[in-house]
Design a protein around this ligand. Structure first.
Ligand SMILES: [Zn+2]
Length: 353
């Protein structure tokens, strides 16, 4: 409860900068930077009370997201302001080589009259996979405008419409202290995985059950035939399509036979963990990337096959799913491995030197 009360101070600090105590603190500790609402770092000059409040900053920042106004208070890379996680988490490869790796959003905005554009400069030429990430970042930024006269707004994620209250904060902290490590690990696993950005985004949508399955679409439209795109029998949920569908199951069975992996998964979580066990022969660093791409490759191939059936009327051949997945792993593996390439030989993926 004590932490929730301290968070209340942070919330008021960010939301009501004109309060008298905020002004006093700004003047005393932040001097030149006094105009900003940002939660600045602890310094030795600060009073014990304020240091205590700032210690809860990391947890607090997880529970808020920003709505962009002028962009003077939002950390471009580290705050959550576009989607569910920060840009540094989603585009680590670009963040690492960005010319500005710690500035506020308005520093990345080039104004042109009433309008403007985003400019994210990098320190060196991009390789193919970085280029893909870079274009993904620009795509995400497209259509998002800085409003120079607007105020950056803080939204309390656990209760976006009601806003912050101590009770809601207490519940959130209790929940997050139990579940945070898993969620953070999952984020890292998905966005840090060595697959193309479009597949990472796809994996993220699958994990959050937001991929456009028929069950998902039916939330918005009453006119949806719910039958699974592959088997045509059961309702097409994420769990059915990727795990329980007879056609997907047959594909998993075939791939398990071919690779010697265990094929019994009770949940997507188990499935995800099992992917790490795929044994790949050859150079360690490339082999790790190849084994990381195994589960995304199969899920991606199931999804592409399902789309061909739903939108083009193709027949859902199990072979197509399996071949698609193996082809993805080999081709993607080759782009990581360079000249040697990756092949499937006797049921093993091998990185050639
Ligand atoms: Zn099905």
């Amino acid at each position: 409860m004590n932490s929730s009360l301290l968070c209340k101070w942070l919330w008021r600090w960010l939301n009501f900068p004109s309060l008298q105590w905020c002004k006093v603190i700004r003047e005393r500790y932040f001097g030149e930077d006094g105009g900003s609402q940002r939660l600045l770092t602890v310094s030795s000059r600060m009073s014990r009370i304020w240091v205590g409040i700032l210690e809860g900053k990391m947890e607090f920042m997880e529970a808020i997201r920003w709505e962009l106004g002028a962009g003077d208070n939002i950390d471009f890379w580290k705050d959550t302001w576009l989607g569910d996680s920060s840009l540094a988490v989603r585009f680590p490869s670009i963040h690492r080589i960005a010319l500005i790796s710690g500035g506020v959003a308005s520093e990345f905005w080039s104004r042109q009259g009433d309008n403007g554009y985003w400019e994210v400069l990098v320190r060196r030429n991009l390789n193919d996979s970085e280029m893909e990430d870079y274009l993904g970042l620009l795509e995400l930024l497209q259509g998002v405008l800085v409003v120079p006269t607007g105020r950056d707004r803080v939204v309390w994620k656990p209760a976006p419409t009601d806003g912050f209250c101590v009770m809601s904060c207490y519940e959130w902290l209790s929940r997050s202290r139990l579940g945070a490590p898993q969620v953070a690990r999952k984020h890292k696993e998905i966005w840090g995985c060595h697959v193309p950005l479009k597949v990472k985004t796809f994996m993220w949508l699958v994990y959050h059950e937001r991929i456009l399955t028929k069950a998902y679409l039916a939330k918005w439209s009453t006119n949806i035939n719910l039958a699974c795109g592959l088997c045509g029998e059961t309702e097409e949920t994420v769990e059915h399509l990727f795990l329980l569908c007879p056609i997907a199951k047959e594909a998993w069975r075939w791939l398990c036979l071919a690779t010697g992996m265990d094929g019994n998964f009770a949940s997507l979580e188990e499935l995800w963990r099992s992917g790490r066990r795929l044994r790949v022969v050859g150079d360690r660093s490339v082999a790790t990337k190849v084994s990381q791409s195994y589960i995304p490759a199969v899920l991606w191939s199931i999804w592409l096959t399902r789309n061909l059936v739903v939108f083009r009327g193709c027949y859902p051949y199990v072979e197509n799913i399996c071949e698609g997945a193996v082809r993805f792993i080999v081709e993607w593996g080759c782009s990581c491995a360079g000249a040697g390439g990756v092949v499937m030989r006797g049921g093993r993926f091998c990185v050639l030197g």
